[in-house]
Design a protein around this ligand. Structure first.
Ligand SMILES: Cc1cc2nc3c(=O)[nH]c(=O)nc-3n(C[C@H](O)[C@H](O)[C@H](O)COP(=O)(O)OP(=O)(O)OC[C@H]3O[C@@H](n4cnc5c(N)ncnc54)[C@H](O)[C@@H]3O)c2cc1C
Length: 407
């Protein structure tokens, strides 16, 4: 355990790995960086720790580069490593994990050459307290600056599960019908599950499929008005007008604008959208590969997968050999108990929506004026930016935060 450190990065998934990479690449003086994460999948994070071949990326290979100035970088890596995928393919996520591990390992070599100490601490950060000029992590490590890269904390981690151990002839339940729920269903089917898989969710909707060809090859009819200060209905009209054939192209064309549209909404409209529009948005925006959709539709048609449009009740658990909790990440800030002390003493502030942290000073900086710096990346900025959970946004955030923290 490091007793003092210049920078503490909490979390070593994609965000923590790329932050480390950019900090090491941009710094030439000795520095001590501590990376906290108890996960055995260093550099992978949750999404890319899966070893299951049927868990695919939901973004095409040629858009998944880890560097903002080379978005084709992952595809180039696939080619260099003898993989014969096409640029527009949705490839197994475990390959992306390998790609990230290589970036992480190269970063450590570079750090060594530059006399930068990188210390891994295989622990959850459970408490952070503010002291005069630094923060105390888990009551034993003093950090001058902190980056919160804690990402997706799912109720269960279905990616570490051995599906071959599930009784193939017994019914199972999957709670949640988002992308993680679909991954779990795919794993059960791939393991030869024979009995019924019941998928529970209040809306009963699975993500929609991608188009066969990238939407950039279609001409979207983008209609974007000046929406500043306009009500939610204006945003919904923009979406409606964008749903030209194929609707996927319209949704994708909105992506660069989603954050400014979100930020222009009143608090009341943001809350209304979270309550009434988020499910619709999620299933259209966070889509799955066509091949996965086809497999799922087959299983729905044959009756092997059934949908229950309601909440799962814990007491129903005994009817199933296994219950998989595949509810997505919870953005509510009170779930981040390790931030309680900093929220209570005013160092951090919850975003007005209650979804993550408020950005206080410069972009991504969440600590109050006068306090040692704390930056946040990704999911913790959901209330501020809304579009902040996938690689295209995270790769930019990681580069920017590294510049700011060293600047
Ligand atoms: C199943 C799934 C599939 C996805 N597929 C894609 C895709 O194809 N394309 C795409 O662009 N995006 C995808 N995403 C979005 C994904 O969130 C991002 O791509 C990215 O993986 C997020 O990385 P992260 O480092 O921010 O978070 P994570 O990967 O969640 O990593 C956070 C890390 O922080 C650690 N941690 C958390 N709390 C603490 C603490 N208190 N102390 C110490 N360590 C802590 C965790 O152990 C974890 O290792 C997917 C997400 C999921 C869940």
């Amino acid at each position: 355990m490091a007793n003092s450190t210049d920078i503490a990065i909490i979390g070593c998934g994609f965000s923590g790995t790329l932050l480390l990479h950019h900090i090491v690449s941009n710094e030439n003086s000795p520095l001590r960086i501590s990376v906290f994460d108890p996960s055995p999948h260093k550099f992978h994070g949750l999404a890319y720790s899966t070893q299951q071949i049927e868990h695919l990326l939901n973004v095409r290979a040629d858009k998944m580069g880890a560097q903002p100035d080379n978005i084709n970088g992952f595809y180039e890596w696939l080619q260099t490593n003898g993989q014969t995928y096409a640029p527009h393919d949705f490839v197994p996520r475990r390959l992306y994990g390998d790609y990230l591990a290589e970036i992480g390992k190269n970063t450590l070599l570079q750090a060594k050459a530059k006399n930068i100490d990188v210390i891994f601490v295989a622990e959850w950060v459970e408490s952070i307290e503010r002291e005069d000029s630094h923060y105390m992590l888990n009551k034993k490590c003093a950090a001058q600056k902190i980056i919160l890269a804690t990402g997706n904390r799912l109720p269960d981690n279905p990616f570490d599960f051995d599906f071959s151990k599930v009784d193939k002839n017994a019914p199972v339940a999957v709670v949640g019908t988002g992308l993680t729920g679909v991954d779990t269903i795919m794993s059960l089917l791939a393991a030869g599950h024979r009995s019924v898989i019941t998928a529970y969710s209040r809306n009963g909707k699975f993500p929609r499929p991608h188009t066969a060809l990238p939407t950039s090859l279609h001409k979207p009819h983008v209609h974007v008005e000046n929406f500043q200060g306009k009500p939610l209905s204006t945003f919904l009209n923009i979406i409606r007008k964008n749903l030209a054939d194929p609707w996927q192209a319209g949704i994708d064309a909105l992506r660069p604008l989603t954050t400014s549209i979100w930020q222009a909404l009143s608090l009341q409209d943001k809350q209304r959208f979270m309550k009434r529009g988020l499910t619709w948005w999620n299933i259209h925006r966070h889509r799955m590969a066509e091949s996965i959709d086809q497999r799922l539709q087959q299983a729905l048609t044959s009756g092997q997968v059934k949908i229950e449009r309601r909440n799962f009740k814990v007491q129903e658990g005994h009817s199933f050999a296994q219950v998989f909790d595949c509810r997505g990440p919870d953005y509510k800030i009170e779930k981040q108990v390790h931030l309680n002390a900093l929220l209570a003493d005013g160092t951090l502030q919850a975003h007005e929506t209650g979804l993550g942290l408020k950005v206080i000073a410069t972009t991504y900086c969440v600590s109050t004026a006068g306090a040692p710096s704390i930056y946040a990346i990704g999911n913790l900025l959901f209330g501020e930016y809304f579009e902040t959970t996938a690689i295209p946004e995270l790769r930019v955030q990681a580069q920017e935060i590294a510049k700011q923290i060293l600047g």
